[in-house]
Design a protein. Sequence first.
Length: 310
Amino acid sequence: MNTAAPWIIATRESRLALWQAEHVRDLLQTLQSRPVQLLGMTTKGDQILDRALSKVGGKGLFVKELEVALEEGRAHLAVHSLKDVPMELPEGFVLSTVMEREDPRDAFVSPRHARLEDLPEGAVVGTSSLRRQVQIRAIRPDLRIEPLRGNLDTRLRKLDEGQYDAIVLAAAGLKRLGLADRIRSVIEIDQMLPAAGQGALGLEVRAVQTDLIGQLAPLNHAPTRMAALAERAVSRALGGSCSMPLAAYAAWQPDGQLLLQGLLGHPEREGLLRAQASGAPRTDAEADALGQQVAQGLISQGARDWLATC
Ligand SMILES: NCc1[nH]cc(CCC(=O)O)c1CC(=O)O
């Protein structure tokens, strides 16, 4: 019998969060001998559903309670969708692990239409993401975009009830929950650049947990880590937690270069700013530097003025 105290994973309780935490639990159990348990918890981000995240304090709302559980020793690690993790972690916390990325793209979901381009004029599309809104507007300025919050099941239910003609969701979440058949089409990267970290899981621990960090090392996927850290650095360099219509996506090319693209929209004005850079980062610091280059590219086109309104 194994009598060692278990490692405890703090997780939100949405179906997607639980799937992700269980996935990490199962992997961690194969890597070491201590048992692993989940501690489910509700965050502010799960409770406040009537307002856009950008209006109530942004991404931190999904992780704060989990960090408090780590701080108080009620749990040892938190499993997050990396996309939901704020750009700056609080003092004493580290992103120990970035796991291999699922499909990073956004998915078009609709009962009657196959693609964004096929929607009738003036159709209603549900999304509360500023990043998705500005890119949808660039493709189809005629569409009506309406807010849509809640976990994946809630969003799909609202679509099925007829409140929207279509919605846009991350392909990764739908695939993880066995809902890939709801995807009518994936939206290609050049049409809709993903959010920093989309499709990747990030594990957060307190920096003092060196034993645990060592045991998690095999779960780290270096190519995804470099890509995701470069993406996150774009956002951090532009002001981090300020909610903005920003996209950042990095992909390894056949020639061994990591190509990082950044895109910034404006909440009211038309047009999108785009910048890109490539390199071959091997360390967190090098990935960060690549992200800063792209942020500089956006800033040199006036990104600071665009951000002033947010
Ligand atoms: N903002 C919520 C959220 N956070 C992570 C995912 C999907 C899974 C992922 O990107 O890893 C989603 C749902 C969505 O955007 O459709």
